[in-house]
Each structure stands twice: as structure tokens, then as C-alpha cells.
Design a protein around this ligand. Structure first.
Ligand SMILES: [Fe+2]
Length: 312
């Protein structure tokens, strides 16, 4: 057993994400699925100002996140272009360590909007094109895994820009219930390979080789995934291929666990990096309608949503 796995055992007791722990998995699964939200509306928590949540608002958000790894807050600050909104909201839930990718604005919080220069270089988040299913930072190394992110909508597009959302712990359950060997394959250290980014002829990001599912030192499940087929190599054995196909079918199907939500002005998503996608959208510059969403990515997980917190 390697060191992180040993620590996970000591911190979290018997870990339900270990295939050997059938009884722990059964108990965790039962608790997880009990009263699981059935609609996107049940993820929504009404708040006043996300920069200064009341105790009741913060605990309502946390309660939803504990169950489904995500919550949508609906605030009164629609239209207000202020980056302290996602920053202060995140801090309230222990999200401190921002990931600064090479295209984030200087303060580590990205303004997702149509920026011709960036989208022409192939960075779809800065264009109006659809985004396929993924978790954020799927190319990051374990020391910089994205464990949580906040999306805050200042203004929606004239049309489109809807997100689909799926709790990665639910994905784990659906895969393990279908065939535990899928989990074994997707936990393999070389399951998913993202080749180096050599966009400019120089290597701006090293190749990333790792599992889809992994368990952190606190026993929490992490997922790396992208539905992209370009610039991604899956392990070539039959079980990995079958597991990836199963996952693709799940994501392309009409699972009741997939939530669909279009963020309205002043609304935001806080989550433990659940699977998500986004439809394409159109702005209407003549009418001054342009989508602006702030995104903050963190190395931290939402405070109070660790595996051990679930049983209290
Ligand atoms: Fe994303």
C-alpha cells in the first residue's frame, strides 16, 4: 500500500471507494442515494448577497453540497460585475487556494466570455461553442488537482449557455453497480493519457498520465475526465474501453441524475468539481447582451463535505 492510500485508511477508516470494501460501499451508497435530489430546482438556494451570506444561507448551501457535491445559489446581485462575489463566496466554504491557469485573469479568477483572441487559439471556454462533458483540470497532476470550482453568472447569453451537471460520486455508483471491473480499470494509474500541449511549438504543458477515479488522503473521491476524443488516449485494454463506452452512453443518455440548469443573472454554482458540460450560446451585441461568467478553480474541497462529514 502506498503512503497516500495508507493515510486515507487512517483518516477515513474503511474507504467505500475501495473495491475490497463491499460492506462500507453498501452503507455509503445507501446513504448517498437516500433522498438524492431529483431536479435542478432542488439544488437552488436563495441568498441575498453571496459576498456576505447569512448563517442560514451558508448552512443551506452546505447541506445541498453534502448530498450532491454541488449547489446553485440564486442571489440579488445579478448584473454586478464584481469578482469579489465568487472569491468571497468561495472563502466562506474554505476555498482559498486558487488555481491560476495560463489564461486566467491576473487574480486567478477567469472571466468566461467571448474573447476573439483566446477562442481563435482553440480555447473553447472563451468562445461561444459548446463544451463537452469534463471535470475541470483533468490534465492537472495530483498536487494541483481541481477539487472545487465556483461559476458566477453576471449576465447570461441572449440564447443558450445551459449547463448539464452530474455528481461524480453518482457516476462511481452507476459504474460500480454495472460492473466493479469498470472501476478497477478506471482507477488504473495509466487509464487516461493527455499528451503534452505543444500548441505554440513549445511544450506549455507536460503529458498527463493518470487514473479517472482516485481517492485523496482524506478518503474523498476525485475524478478526471474529458469526453474529448482529440488529444486523449485511453488505455487500450478491453475493460478500459468498455468502461469508457459505458460512461459515454451514460453521459449521452437521459439519466435522471443529470441536472440541466441555465445560470440566471446573479446565480452561481459551487461544487466539488462535478462532471459538467455547456451548450453553445449566442450573444446579441446589438442589444448589449453578452454572456459573462466568472470561474474560480480551487485546489481545496468545499469545507464540511469530506467523506467523514457525511455520517454526522
Ligand atoms: Fe469546466
Amino acid at each position: 500500500m502506498n503512503q497516500p492510500a495508507a493515510e486515507a485508511q487512517s483518516l477515513a477508516g474503511v474507504n467505500p471507494f475501495s473495491l475490497q470494501e463491499k460492506e462500507a460501499y453498501r452503507r455509503w451508497r445507501e446513504q448517498k442515494l437516500h433522498a438524492y435530489p431529483e431536479t435542478a430546482e432542488s439544488l437552488i438556494v436563495e441568498v441575498g448577497d453571496p459576498r456576505a451570506l447569512t448563517e442560514a444561507e451558508a448552512s443551506a448551501i452546505l447541506r445541498v453540497c453534502r448530498k450532491s457535491n454541488m449547489a446553485v445559489y440564486a442571489s440579488q446581485v445579478g448584473g454586478l460585475a464584481d469578482k469579489t462575489i465568487p472569491r468571497a463566496l468561495g472563502e466562506r466554504f474554505g476555498l482559498q487556494r486558487l488555481d491560476s491557469n495560463m489564461l486566467a485573469d491576473d487574480d486567478g479568477i477567469s472571466s468566461l466570455q467571448v474573447v476573439p483572441g483566446k477562442s481563435q487559439r482553440g480555447y473553447i471556454p472563451y468562445s461561444s461553442r459548446r463544451l463537452l462533458w469534463h471535470t475541470d483540470g483533468y490534465y492537472n497532476r495530483p498536487e494541483s488537482f481541481i477539487r472545487a470550482f465556483v461559476l458566477h453568472c453576471v449576465s447570461p447569453a441572449a440564447d443558450g449557455g445551459e449547463n448539464s451537471l452530474l455528481d461524480h460520486e453518482i457516476v462511481y455508483i452507476l459504474l460500480r453497480d454495472a460492473n466493479p471491473e469498470y472501476i478497477q480499470a478506471l482507477m488504473a494509474p495509466e487509464a487516461m493519457i493527455i499528451p503534452a500541449n505543444t500548441e505554440t511549438g513549445e511544450e506549455t504543458r507536460a503529458a498527463s498520465i493518470g487514473p479517472v477515479f482516485s481517492v485523496d488522503i482524506a478518503g474523498n473521491l476525485h475524478m478526471r475526465y474529458t469526453a474529448r476524443t482529440r488529444s486523449i488516449l485511453w488505455k487500450q485494454d478491453a475493460m478500459t474501453q468498455e468502461a469508457v463506452r459505458f460512461l459515454e452512453n451514460l453521459l449521452n443518455g437521459d439519466s435522471p441524475y443529470v441536472f440541466h440548469h441555465r445560470l440566471a443573472p446573479g446565480q452561481g454554482l459551487i461544487c466539488n468539481n462535478v462532471l459538467h458540460n455547456r451548450t453553445g450560446f449566442t450573444d446579441d451585441m446589438d442589444k448589449g447582451i453578452a454572456r459573462l461568467v466568472y470561474r474560480a478553480r480551487y485546489y481545496d474541497r468545499i469545507r464540511g463535505t469530506n467523506l467523514n462529514d457525511m455520517s454526522v
